[in-house]
Write a protein that binds this ligand. Sequence first.
Ligand code: PHE
Ligand code: ZN
Length: 886
Amino acid sequence: MGTPKEIFLKDYKMPDYYFDTVDLKFLLGEEKTIVNSKITVFPRVEGSKFPLVLNGDDVKLISIKVNNEDLKEDDYVLDSRHLTILSPPTGSFTLEIVNEICPQNNTSLEGLYKSSGNFCTQCEAEGFRKITFYQDRPDIMAKYTCRIEADKSLYPVLLSNGNLIEQGDLEGGKHYALWEDPFKKPSYLFALVAGKLASRDDSFVTRSGRKISLKIWTPAEDVPKTEHAMYSLKAAMKWDEDVFGLEYDLDLFNVVAVPDFNMGAMENKSLNIFNSKLVLASPETASDGDYAAILGVIGHEYFHNWTGNRVTCRDWFQLSLKEGLTVFRDQEFSSDMGSRAVKRIADVSRLRNYQFPQDSGPMAHPVRPHSYIKMDNFYTVTVYEKGAEVVRMYKTLLGSQGFREGMDLYFKRHDGQAVTCEDFYAAMRDANDADFANFLLWYSQAGTPQVKVTSSYNSDGRTFTLKFRQEVPPTPGQAVKEPMFIPVALGLLDSSGNNLGLSSIYHDGVLQSISDNDQPVYSTVLRLTKKEEEFVFTNIPERPVPSLLRGYSAPVRMETDLSDDDLFFLLAYDSDEFNRWEAGQVLARKLMLQLVSDHQHNKTLVLNSKFVEGLRSILTDSSLDKEFIAKAITLPGEGEIMDMMEVADPDAVHAVRTFIRKQLANALKAEFLAAVENNRSSAAYVFNHPELARRALKNTALAYLALLEDAETANLVLNEYKNASNMTDQFAALVAIAQKPGETRDTILADFYAKWQHDYLVVNKWLALQAMSDIPGNIENVKNLLNHKAFDLRNPNKVYSLIGGFCGSTVNFHAKDGSGYEFLGEVVMQLDKINPQVASRMVSAFSRWKRYDEHRQNLAKAQLEKILSANGLSENVFEIASKSLA
Ligand code: PHE
Ligand code: ZN
């Protein structure tokens, strides 16, 4: 392999040819599949003469015709990745290609492949070129038909995009179906499914009165487990009409669940294909977390029909145009279906635990990357989650109404087009006549901005001053940054905890009114645009406690000069629920960092009693939402703390977090016991907010109690496991028990497997739980599980559970003897031969190696070097490994 080629945004060129219609025919066979593709082509510029370059990867050319005539050998050039037609006719022409592919042998799960005996496809980002030769880029939008022929008994169900217009039997036990998609689409949204499937059928009547047929397809025995997915789909369809005025545009919507899938799910036009884990659920087998994920992802893929499919991306650098926006939409949908504050807390935690580390490491890239080697490597938390934060900032700046007007204009201007992030920005700006300053920097500058705030109160002048200073840290390829446009939502609390009325601010020496029709406001949004600036609030009667960055109004790291007392005050009184949680987290982070330093200096660890009392009052406050309490009494993750250290110390961070949890378990035992007693599931399992909130609180308390050493609590936890009537409670009890090594742990883990061995999704949870374990020397257990009959390196979900889970274990993955790193290195090299996308995700666990001590650095570096020197390494793994070492 030569050095893989890097592709740059700045090199984007419009295509020389467009495609108008694409008629595909598939002959699905057991040994090979024959694909026939008939395309009408027209030049972008009338009369131009350019070669037509088609992408192709692992496809065998059988014949090629232009305007119905076979091309001669020297009319085209075929290399391993392209088919180039040297001088096509001037003007429009038809192109007909016949080729052969081998889905049976396709373990990359990209293109056409087989999963559990069924055929299915995955074309995003560049998988269509593994099916046939094509201009495989999203700015080529065409109308497709798809005819599928296959054995009728093996593949009774034949699906593709759009409407079914014809079907029938053929000779030799075969049958066919012809599908037509009336909407133009890029190739990455093409899909085909053929197999033995049954469906749950339902319907949805749109607000204009059209009846849409909805089908969720799975193997027959799993159909009962699709009830929640169907509920979620209908809720999403309704929500998009209510909130964005967006209606579904075809008469049929299909969802297919497959067990072998690299990602979560895929928004193919009217034929969404899902990882089964995000479709199948029953109270006995799926947890509240699974139910919530299904709701969010069913929503996400459905929402793509407008944000992604009707309006798509010009090129893959614009991925966040559809993903950031659609994640934002699914976050809002889930918020409206449950608790807004808790959803925000969960999303911000995710950003901090996964996106912040990426943004400060070797793979840091802007929301719109400048270059890539393999696009698959850029389906990242930065493009998705930080991208969603960028969309959220428009809404914070414009308000709901203004944001909606921006969305309406975006669709009005761009329906049916492939566009860029600037187009979205321009729609938001123009619909509102808004001044967005240098907002576009959010798309081009990587790195998490750091904002330092200092405050002062002047009692004579009755003014309160906030000084902000921002810094965007250097990232690979971007040494120097410009200051960003940061919206800071805030309120000021008086001494009894109420929001003070705000009427005017001096900014840059200019007095601005912020009142609303002469009435004071109780919160406002400041617009930071400079490296340093100052805002002076007038008419403030007493020294307030500022509640800053309410609702997490910008994806930054904010450091304030608030005292611990101020933070405890906010924790107790802030009207912004998110910031109440945040105040507790700031306190916890400070405390944990201090204790980590004590631990490193061999000092005795002592837990601040004020912290314990703060948590006690949250825990016993009956006015609070129970899921909020569960979040508020949960400490920041180990990753989050390591990310804040100069040199990350996994052992110390783990020791300290465990120490605090044990101390809390002791000090708050009575409260935790009450939380368990009072929140047991009473009746049958229901997935709604009040019920899942009770379970969340009960199970969080249970995990604390399980750390205690007395027989009474040990029994309690065991009984919770035995008496559990749903997976949420059963698995939570199992997790609680599995924290402590010993006989009980071993017995219960074995019991759980015996109970659930027939259900691969539950078995994956069992694998993940053990893989993530922090019990000493767990690597041996993980190695044994690699050979367990429940494990299979070819199935991504199993890899994510076992290998991914292991990489998330602070102490065992980072074991000082290097055994964890060595294990991952081996697995990555094996995996790369099977599925480069999955291997590449796994190798990413090494990317933060420079954050650790020198000893660990050397061990991890050696593994990365070994991987890079492997023969036949994929471009996917090459990109991550080489950038990590750079
Ligand atoms: N586009 C999918 C989504 O909804 C993700 C995906 C990307 C799936 C690439 C498969 C392959 O986010
Ligand atoms: Zn998406």
